[in-house]
Design a protein around this ligand. Sequence first.
Ligand code: SF4
Length: 360
Amino acid sequence: MQTRYFRDVLLDWNARENTRQMPWKGVKDPYKIWLSEIILQQTRVEQGLAYYERFVGAFPTISDLAAAPDDRIFKLWEGLGYYSRCKNLIHTARLVSEEKMGQFPDTYNDILELKGVGSYTAAAIASFAYGLPHAVVDGNVLRVLSRFFGIATPIDTTEGKTELTGLADRCLDRGDPATYNQALMDFGAVVCKPASPVCGSCPLQSRCAAFRQDKVALLPVKSKRMVRKDRFFLYVVAEYQDGIYVRERTAKDIWQHLFEFIGHELPAETDWEDYTALLEGAWFRELLGKGSYTILGASPVYRQLLTHRQVKARFIHLKLTRPLVGEAFKCVQKGELSSLAFPRLLNDYLRAPVHAPQLF
Ligand code: SF4
């Protein structure tokens, strides 16, 4: 049977050749497994490692995380992106700490009810922490299974997901689901990789359908191609005395709960070329009131790729003659900027001394 062969060869590879090390591997503490899985959602392992270490160091237990102020947690999360994950982390830590007396849920269905936990994360926590027989199914697993079993049903369709989830369940080692799940994830990361799988030394090669039919580059199949839209922001870095004006983004949009300068979204990239004319617009004049300004510098274009967006921004650094009008923005001392959580794109600007002198 092909599923049995797949499982046996995979576990043999894991026992003899798999040297992939990660700090959460073999850990049984559901809090740490959950933390690592939330960090790794939409984040590469190499990037997530340092964040995991930092979170575990700062908050060794879920109660420590629950008791920490939001600002501190967001600051620690800074740079990881997808801040809804951080909000879910805070929500769940407090729920478990306050309503479940610190006891992390211990069944698949209860874990699945936690905010920000989908079927993949629930299967990972259930199998790694409690040894429950649930197969993890993420992009890595879909790729490996599609290739080895030669499945051409698009993996981003309900039909494809149902077919491959059923197959993943049949392949699972019910005696030791934790080892099997971790082995499959490692195999997808180091052998059956997305762009350049190492078929030449792959232990599954002799029975791999994609390899035998010369379809490795064609599998897995996806029905849709993702189109990324661009967004353009002109940021005014307004300096008054020793402070810079910032505000927290509260709207349900990208970068919610992160800080930003005075931002103005533009319909097209070319619109920011004449930024002196843009500064005459009501969005900025109303903030200025009777004040005026001197332009200290203008940055080149900075970019940040998000899943469905590419965000581009330019920064205009100004010195104000009077404080801004209204409460929308607050003037923060330059020395305090580094304690605020900014989107990566704004941090890139702040950390480039040639563009943002003495701000950070
Ligand atoms: S032979 Fe290539 S495509 Fe097939 S499982 Fe191995 S690495 Fe993946």
